[in-house]
Design a protein around this ligand. Structure first.
Ligand code: SF4
Length: 440
């Protein structure tokens, strides 16, 4: 991405303030921090605008698979390390549906079942890849049509045979599937199909050098909606080649490798390790033969960690979290939505074996004392959260305020019209405190 000075050189330097900034330099700094758009300056000439647009385009092109609210953008990355800014578009995971499968509906149901609710966030398998194992174009097309009825998310058309891909793409192009894969042997036919149907193309190279050659060939046709499979032969290769490719794209601005990258893998431990490496090092899509439930959850959790913005605290959603099957007399506890606070408090409540309604208050991810100091965890905010969830109607149990904010207990009592008792200052003492309260 250009620096503020590089942007500044292209601006009119009149300091007219029409962009809402006091000077052109201040506006250039906003551009560099991606807090403003070049369109906000009405005086930039079109030549400078084009130069800025080209210079500020992400070094890894964004390629989108699918349509509507289930579409998946891939790539668009601007940094090598997440702490430099953040990674943009999370890697997607796809599971294979063979066109020889006897029960496609059951298989698609299995893919749908790979879904987990983790503290209000839904982790799931993202795509299916319909694979032309039968080598029969008609059978492949029928399987694609059946999958389209059962699966409303993005999908892959997987075949080396341009004839099979052509028929399947014709019936599915409105859903913008990814065609996979174009190799050195079938490239001309595959890129023509992708271009005609306006769908992205997965390039299946056998080496980094071949990936570069095929990428350049795609660019020369005027259609570079492509995703690169670099042809890595194993985990070490994936790590090495995808790192080389991404460094070349970001540090050297080497455009032939400035595209999302994908891997095809099998099933079992090695496949999961492949996906782990690809998740850590720049992959945008992994297609599995199969993925078990117990393999999926840790992998999806890893993805969440890698693609979380390190500059924004991880948060949980405001709302009620029942712990241990609470009833209409169970205690009500509350804390902030900083996820570390939530997990710690939740774990300590669980240890007590006392059923509790835990109300989470949105504090923009700040912990208890920081949120209190910032005015985001006061009686008004807590009452608003209680009102929104209706927790006080659900239970007439005691309301326990975190010991760190005892000073607002009086105001909170007034606000909610219910007695409030003071809890512990440290989460680890919650089990003992809860047992004392409930045995009294
Ligand atoms: Fe400079 Fe354009 Fe902003 Fe005017 S509107 S101060 S010319 S950047």
């Amino acid at each position: 991405m250009p620096t503020a000075i590089e942007y500044f050189k292209l601006l009119p330097k009149t300091n007219c303030k029409d962009c809402g900034q006091p000077t052109c330099l201040a506006f250039a700094m906003q551009l560099a921090n991606q807090k403003a758009k070049i369109e906000d300056c009405p005086h930039v000439d079109s030549g400078a605008k084009d130069s800025i647009a080209e210079a500020s385009a992400p070094p890894v092109k964004t390629i989108t698979v699918g349509t509507g609210n289930t579409k998946i953008p891939m790539g668009g990355e601007t940094v090598l390390y997440r702490h430099e800014r953040r990674f943009i578009n999370p890697i997607a995971y796809a599971l294979t549906v063979s066109d020889e499968c006897d029960d496609i509906a059951k298989r698609v149901d299995y893919v749908k079942s790979l879904q987990f609710d983790r503290i209000g966030m839904i982790f799931k398998a993202d795509m299916v890849s319909v694979r032309n194992d039968s080598k029969d174009p008609a059978k492949f097309k029928t399987a694609v049509e059946e999958v389209m009825k059962l699966w409303n998310g993005p999908f892959v058309l997987e075949s080396d045979d341009p004839a099979a891909i052509k028929e399947a793409a014709a019936v599915s192009k409105a859903r913008v599937p990814l065609i996979y894969g174009a190799s050195a042997d079938n490239f001309d036919a595959m890129i023509a199909i992708a271009k005609e149907n306006k769908v992205p193309l997965g390039i299946k190279a056998t080496s980094l050098e071949e990936a570069v050659a095929l990428s350049e060939k795609a660019k020369a046709t005027g259609y570079d909606e492509i995703i690169l499979d670099l042809g890595a032969k194993g985990i070490k290769d994936i790590l090495e080649q995808q790192t080389i490719a991404r460094r070349a794209a970001i540090k050297k601005k080497f455009k032939p490798l400035g595209y999302p990258m994908m891997n095809r893998t099998g099933s079992g431990e090695y496949a999961v390790m492949t996906a782990v490496i690809s998740t850590l090092k720049y992959g945008s899509l992994v297609i599995f033969d199969d993925l078990k439930n117990y393999e999926a959850l840790p992998l999806f959790t890893l993805r969440q960690n890698i693609y979380t913005d390190p500059q924004v605290p991880i948060q949980v959603k405001q709302g009620i979290y029942p712990i241990g099957n609470p009833d209409e007399h169970s205690p009500i506890m509350f804390t902030t939505n900083f996820s570390l606070t939530y997990f710690t408090v939740r774990a300590d409540i669980e240890k007590s074996k006392v059923p509790v309604w835990l109300q989470i208050v949105n504090t923009d991810g700040l912990s208890v004392l920081t949120a209190f100091a910032a005015g985001k965890f006061d009686a008004d905010h807590i009452k608003a959260a209680f009102d929104e969830s209706g927790i006080l109607e659900k239970s007439d149990g005691v309301v326990i305020i975190p010991g760190l904010v005892t000073r607002i207990s009086g105001k909170l009592e007034e606000a909610i019209g219910r007695k409030v008792i003071v809890g512990t200052t440290e989460s680890k003492n919650i089990p003992k405190h809860l047992k004392q309260i409930t045995s009294a």
